[in-house]
Design a protein around this ligand. Structure first.
Ligand code: ADP
Ligand code: MG
Ligand code: MG
Length: 467
């Protein structure tokens, strides 16, 4: 028997100009109350349905986000794209080709004064760390197995994110109708991504579990010709195909980029986003899903009666409201009317030099919020530009002691933790194919840091220990 021949060309040996470092981690898991944790898991399908319902009401999205968009060019551009792609979206829905795919992560902090998990935010685009977090659960399980009497394995909840996220993408790929024709998943990535290993696990699982091939492309690649929209007249929908070679159709566009203005340095990136939106592939997320996950929408849903419009069962809406922190609009009209006590909250925040509050712009990815004196100064300055921000109650999680391991070095300190619960959702037309809780993430940061991103360098990966 001969070895099968592979034509690889002449080997080239070069020293790589990169290095791999382990993800920063916590040596041991962090205690969380079991009942609260399980409640956060239980409500995740309700949050998934809520996103889908809000995204479907484009008139609502436009009305709520218009004041913010007047002072935030990024939100304005996303709204413009929502409008420009409407005819294509209607065409897809009429042809029975509308596939919605949600991979969300609802983030919480345990609020020490109330004992409740309060929602920090709900991410609908590029919710990351699902796979590394599932590995983190395994690592803590391994540690527990090696040191007798240290930890009770039964208190480490299973974390299916590493299977569930690829499975949801695969379910959407199947529903797209392009899989039989050799369709691919396009993972939309940032140029020079540093968190690529979390993403690689998804690609690996798509292949191993579903025989689905993933192609990694940036918005710049797509906008400059790597993908074309076949059969689409002006503004209409069409099939996205890889250019060249076998011209494979795209089953799913799965975004791990596109959530921050820096991901759109020019018109090519916006053209790519429009091409994707008009294509008959499943998109995770659509522009509407992305807008439904903005901070402004989160704040508006908390206003009296608004959430209830999107959640059919009153008992479900009441359950979701258990997770809402204090949220206030800074729109001039809402401040003038003291809607939901907005004017009083602003006065209190100013009087307390920002203590007890967080001021948030319409941004994702960490490092954008204002706290303390800076927050108070922004509120004191006032002005219409505040419409692009929301004011939020500061959640006060109980401190823990943790050993944090970063770049192979450990340090012990006082820490705060944030829980994320993943949700996956797939809908084909009016039929919901999948709606579930899909694992979790815990990020732990030193108490002195305001923000908590792992990729942003503030936090480490952790896992929950249910008590
Ligand atoms: P982003 O979309 O940029 O991640 P977040 O709303 O999650 O925005 O805010 C970033 C970080 O700021 C959170 O991970 C958390 O550490 C901190 N933070 C945000 N909101 C609050 C809050 N209400 N109370 C306490 N900390 C908060
Ligand atoms: Mg976010
Ligand atoms: Mg966040």
């Amino acid at each position: 028997m001969c070895r099968p021949a592979l034509s690889l060309g002449t080997p080239k040996f070069v020293n790589p100009d990169f290095a791999v470092i382990h993800a920063p981690l916590s040596l041991l898991p962090v205690p969380y109350p079991r009942a609260r944790f399980e409640l956060a898991q239980k409500v995740q399908p309700l949050f998934n349905s809520l996103v889908d319902a809000v995204a479907a009401d484009e008139a609502y999205l436009e009305a709520v986000l218009r004041p913010a968009a007047a002072h935030d060019a990024f939100t304005a551009r996303l709204l413009a794209l929502l409008a420009a792609s409407r005819p294509a979206r209607r065409g897809l829905a009429a042809a029975g080709r509308e596939v919605a795919l949600g991979v969300h992560r609802s983030d919480y902090m345990l609020d020490a004064p109330s004992g409740k998990f309060l929602q920090v935010e709900l991410n609908t685009i590029a919710s990351s760390f699902g796979c590394l977090s599932a590995l983190m659960t395994r690592l803590h399980g391994y540690t527990a197995s090696r040191v007798e009497g240290l930890l009770d394995l039964a208190r480490l909840p299973p974390n299916p994110a590493i299977e569930d996220i690829p499975d949801a993408i695969a379910a959407a790929a199947a529903a797209s109708g392009h899989q039989e024709a050799g369709g691919v998943v396009v993972m939309v990535v940032q140029p020079g991504e540093r968190n690529a290993y979390d993403q690689q696990w998804i690609q690996l699982q798509l292949w191993e579990r579903h025989r689905l091939r993933t192609v990694r492309l940036t918005l710049g690649d797509i906008g400059s010709g790597a993908v074309e929209l076949e059969g689409a007249g002006a503004g209409a929908s069409g099939t996205a195909r890889l250019r060249g070679g076998r011209r494979e159709p795209v089953c799913v566009f799965y975004f791990r980029a596109g959530y921050t203005p820096g991901d759109y340095p020019g018109e090519a990136e916006w053209a790519a986003r429009e091409l994707i939106e008009r294509s008959d592939a499943a998109k995770c997320p659509t522009v509407a899903y992305q807008l439904a996950g903005t901070k402004k929408v989160q704040q508006d849903l908390a206003s009296p009666g608004v959430l209830e419009r999107f959640v059919p069962q009153p008992a479900d809406a009441a359950l979701l409201r258990e997770f809402f922190a204090g949220l206030w609009s800074l729109d001039a009209a809402d401040l003038a009317a003291d809607a939901g006590g907005a004017a009083a909250a602003v006065a209190d925040a100013v009087a307390r030099s920002g203590e007890g509050y967080v001021l948030k712009p319409q941004r994702e990815g960490g490092g954008n919020n204002l706290y303390g004196e800076e927050l108070a100064a922004a509120l004191r300055a006032g002005g219409e530009g505040l419409s692009a921000f929301i004011l939020m109650q500061r959640i006060l999680p109980p401190p823990n002691r943790s050993v944090l391991v970063r770049n192979g070095q450990w340090a012990e300190g006082e820490t705060l933790s944030e829980l994320g619960v993943y949700g996956t959702f797939v809908r084909h037309g009016s039929k919901v194919l999948l709606n579930k809780q899909s694992g979790h993430l815990v990020r732990t940061k030193t108490s002195s840091s305001n923000e908590g991103g792992v990729a942003a360098g503030f936090a480490v990966l952790d896992s929950p220990y249910l008590v």
